[in-house]
Design a protein around this ligand. Structure first.
Ligand SMILES: Cc1cc2nc3c(=O)[nH]c(=O)nc-3n(C[C@H](O)[C@H](O)[C@H](O)COP(=O)(O)OP(=O)(O)OC[C@H]3O[C@@H](n4cnc5c(N)ncnc54)[C@H](O)[C@@H]3O)c2cc1C
Length: 448
């Protein structure tokens, strides 16, 4: 039996891919690990999802950089697996292949009017303000007075907070220049946060919910009649503690009186299911239907009303992008797998395995479990790597050269990183992101 040398391809340089590379590097000292990303930049949603005004959350990127810089690990950015290199070629080249390609394709709202202009999925909207190259030209309509955000999770809170903050409050963020211009020209007076369930079912973290109480121009509005008197005692301890803190915050918001400087009303609307979007030139109103919860299920009451909504943004979850040559679970919107195993020697980790749930650190535990699975399979008789070892990077490098793919390696990423930070420093920000593929590649290729 031989466990080394072993060539490993990880598809996706987001948190799951980086945590896995780290875990495998420790367990299989002589492994040669290639991490591919379709973007010229690594770190997945740490760069392209996490809110630009929460820089602390992005510090984890430094740990991931150390992983990418390790001996035996290579970053190959700007390589789209399924397009530049097929899954069959990757399998032919590497002993082990792991899909860590995430999930950021917006789930459809699936109500009448959801294809009207000025209706956006949060995946597209977040990609736009965070400068993901293929989302960068969205140019969303934000010149109306009323924006409805559908969803009751932290992404919905991120959207509401960024729309509500003043330019001063965003001054230390790494919000992209093109988005800053649109945000500062916006004329928003009302933001509606719509949840089909009640306040205790919302997936808000307390710190994110509390921020609305501190913002210069936001007046949070909560209908006290929608708040329960207490959190049910049967709720599991950890969940109950969060629910109690959130309920206290919502009670505080319900008791606030509007003041002149609070020019943006943030309406928390619970027990309301989106029913239709209406408008003649893009979205104008969002029709809602009152709900109640019975034995954990949402029940529609038939009672409908409409709110003004010049822009509608859905934050209702994501699916993975299908990669040709790999099984896809269309119901869950993930790579098809059995507890992380996709096919012999092919595995999956992170959001493309579990679906779009869990914060960055949750992918570490997942990566450790998948690393164990891989070791277990390598150690078991029928999956032992047989000689000769597969060609690994030799084959892939030849294909990439032949196809003229402009690969961004780790040194290229460091040049991009340095250029962005330098531009940010000049503007008093953490970084000024490059948002176009050609400028990212050109910067990666600049020789000092
Ligand atoms: C809007 C938003 C805000 C969030 N905010 C926070 C937060 O504040 N704090 C927190 O802890 N968590 C946050 N999260 C959750 C966190 O981002 C995820 O837990 C984490 O990013 C999932 O990691 P992943 O590696 O599975 O996927 P991703 O981070 O999506 O990484 C997947 C990578 O795969 C690449 N890829 C995809 N397809 C291919 C292909 N065919 N070939 C090559 N590469 C490919 C992608 O370009 C991407 O880089 C947020 C999520 C979202 C959507």
């Amino acid at each position: 039996m031989t466990l080394a040398p072993c060539s490993i391809a990880i598809i996706g340089a987001g948190p799951a891919g980086c945590y896995l590379a780290d875990a495998l590097g420790r367990k299989l000292a002589s492994a040669r690990i290639d991490i591919f990303d379709r973007l010229p930049t690594p770190f997945g949603l740490v760069r392209g999802g996490v809110a630009p005004d929460h820089p602390g959350t992005k510090n984890i990127a430094r740990q991931f950089e150390r992983t990418l810089a390790k001996d035996g690990v290579r970053f190959l950015g700007n390589v789209d697996i399924g397009k530049d290199i097929s899954v069959a070629e990757i399998k032919q080249a590497y002993d082990i292949v792991v899909l860590a390609s995430g999930a950021l394709v917006d789930r459809a709202l699936d109500i009448p009017g959801d294809t009207l202009d000025h209706v956006y999925g949060s995946g597209a909207f977040v990609s736009w303000y965070n400068g993901i190259p293929d989302g960068r030209d969205l140019s969303p309509h934000l010149s109306g007075e009323s924006v409805a955000i559908i969803g009751n999770g932290n992404v919905a809170l991120d959207l509401a907070r960024l729309l509500a903050k003043t330019a001063d409050e965003l001054a230390t963020s790494d919000l992209c220049a093109h988005a800053r211009d649109v945000f500062s020209a916006a004329a928003i007076r009302d933001i509606w946060l719509i949840g089909r369930r009640g306040p205790l079912d919302a997936n808000f973290t307390t710190a994110e919910l509390a921020e609305f109480g501190q913002l210069t121009r936001v007046h949070p509005i909560v209908d006290p009649a929608q708040l329960p008197l207490a959190v049910p005692t049967e709720m599991p301890d950890e969940q109950r503690k969060i629910a109690e803190k959130n309920l206290d915050l919502l009670r505080d918001y319900a008791n606030r009186t509007p003041t002149a400087e609070k020019s943006i009303r943030l309406h928390f609307v619970f027990f309301a299911a989106p029913a239709a979007i209406h408008g003649s030139c893009g979205a104008e109103t969002l029709e809602l239907e009152r709900t109640y919860i019975e034995r954990g299920r949402i029940v529609l009451t038939g009672e409908r009303w409409a709110i003004p909504a010049n822009t509608v943004i859905t934050a209702i979850g994501y699916r993975s992008r299908e990669i040709p040559g790999l099984p896809f679970d269309a119901v869950r919107g993930t790579i098809g797998h059995e507890q992380g195993r996709v096919a012999p020697r092919v595995y999956t980790v992170g959001w493309c395995k579990r679906g779009p749930q869990g914060v960055v650190p949750a992918n570490r535990a997942d990566a450790l479990a998948v690393a164990e699975l891989i070791l277990e399979d390598l150690n078991s008789g029928d999956r032992t790597i047989t000689e000769p070892a597969k060609p690994g990077r030799l084959l892939i490098d030849a294909l990439l050269t032949e196809r003229k793919v402009q690969v961004v390696d780790f040194a290229g990423w460091q040049r991009i990183n340095a250029a962005e930070i330098a531009a940010g420093t000049r503007a008093g920000r953490p970084r000024e992101k490059l948002t176009r593929i050609d400028e990212l590649i050109a910067t990666a290729q600049v020789q000092s």
